[in-house]
Write a protein that binds this ligand. Structure first.
Ligand code: NAD
Ligand code: MG
Length: 384
């Protein structure tokens, strides 16, 4: 039986790499649903190649173009934000690859969980915003949430066979991004062209900027908390510029397990799709005879203050991480449009975190409200 996959965010960096994995394993997977925000030409091309049951284009202006192009196929075409949730509720697929970027991925992922689908989770913002509700729902519905994020996939893999053993701590590795070692006097002049040049990974624009500001690692600390049920004191971040060790788990006896490999997202994507099996791949292998050394250092949280802000969100809990995430999405949006500078992004996030009122145990509705409030506040500060 082939596993029927729904890829939410199929036109992105994760989505297109997932389709490469699926194309290489046609005996194992079937594509059931594809969704895109507005890249109609790529969505059409993907639909023609993989013949899904349904596609969604969120931007309604693109509906006719997609509908017309797929008129001769069996693929049903939907448009608009609401359609994401409707299609997520279909009972014709087994697993959702949640690869939409940002808060925009939350509702459809929740709908998939509510309707009993396994989740391969790339969209870390879902857990940053409402991790308690999402994980609680997954437990209730007995659906697995398998991480795609390379660090969390590494931790997940290190934990196999360790269900009865307590985690002393997890060590999230960070490449440090394109500005490792730089100081504020340099960062103040950084432009988006620099920030988008990641040394080890080729990713979507938002996560590339987040990697440059280290907000990505901050989001990942919170993602780890919810995925693995950790206390803040059990989560450590270490800079490892080679990105060969993807993360580690330290157990009570002091033993440390690491998962390693070349930086290639196709590996954690494939693992999430095939778990608990591993299947052969042709991905390039790490070569110990050619590489020199693995290096580790402490993150510079005085310069990359986003890590400290995320630490604050991790400790405070409640709606703090949701607010931080919303302000960060606006900050990155502003930076990518040359409206604010690199260091202003952190400033904006910090101001929103201190402005929006704290809610200790938010309902889902209150998370949405906090998100909207933080977004509006941050946007007002930069005249968006
Ligand atoms: P991307 O920008 O390349 O792609 C995003 C996808 O989401 C696209 O298909 C786009 O059409 C869709 N989308 C964007 N805005 C949307 C909206 N408002 N509503 C519905 N769909 C929308 O992003 P990416 O780099 O593939 O990242 C996707 C997610 O995976 C992010 O949460 C990111 O943090 C996470 N992630 C990515 C990588 C990576 O290597 N790219 C690694 C780890 C985790
Ligand atoms: Mg990651």
């Amino acid at each position: 039986m082939k596993k029927r996959i729904a890829i939410f965010g199929s036109t992105g960096s994760i989505g297109t790499q997932a389709l490469e994995v699926i194309a290489a394993n046609p005996d194992k997977f079937e594509v059931e649903i594809l969704t895109a925000y507005s890249n109609d030409s790529l969505l059409i091309q993907q639909a023609k190649q993989f013949n899904p049951n349904a596609v969604v284009v969120v931007n309604e202006n693109k509906y006719n173009a997609v509908k017309d192009a797929l008129a001769a196929t069996d693929t049903k075409v939907f448009a608009g934000e609401k359609a994401l949730e409707e299609v997520a509720a279909f009972d014709t697929y087994d697993m959702m690859l949640a690869a939409i970027v940002g808060f925009a991925g939350l509702k459809s992922t929740l709908k998939a969980i509510e309707t009993g689908k396994a989740i391969a989770l790339a969209n870390k913002e879902t857990l940053v915003v409402a991790g308690d509700i999402v994980m609680q729902k997954a437990v209730e519905k007995r659906v697995p949430v398998i991480p795609v994020d390379s660090e969390h996939s590494a931790i997940f893999q290190c934990l196999i066979g360790e269900t009865r053993n307590r985690i002393e701590k997890v060590v999230l590795t960070a490449s440090g991004g394109p500005f490792l070692g730089k100081k504020p006097n340099f960062l103040v002049n950084v432009k988006k062209e620099h920030a988008l040049q990641h040394p080890n990974w080729n990713m979507g624009a938002k996560i590339s900027v987040d990697s440059a500001t280290l907000m990505n690692k901050g989001l990942e600390m919170i993602e780890a908390k919810w995925l693995f049920n950790l206390q803040p004191s059990q989560i450590q971040v270490i800079i490892h510029p080679q990105s060969v060790i993807h993360s580690m788990v330290q157990f009570e006896d002091g033993s440390i397990k690491a998962q390693m490999g070349l930086p290639d997202m196709k590996l954690p994507i494939q693992y999430a799709l095939t778990f608990p099996q591993r299947i052969p791949s042709s991905f390039p292998r790490y070569d110990f005879t050619r590489s020199s050394s693995l290096h580790f250092e402490q993150p510079d949280i005085k310069t990359f203050r986003n890590l400290a802000l995320a630490g604050e969100a991790l400790h405070r809990g409640g709606n703090t991480a949701c607010v931080m995430n919303a302000a960060n999405e606006i900050a990155v949006y502003g930076f990518l449009r040359n409206r604010i500078g690199f260091l202003d992004m952190t400033e904006l996030v910090e101001r929103a975190m201190h402005k929006i009122h704290f809610i200790e145990n938010p309902t889902l509705e209150e998370y949405f409200e906090s998100d909207a409030e933080a977004r509006n506040f941050a946007a007002s500060l930069i005249n968006l």
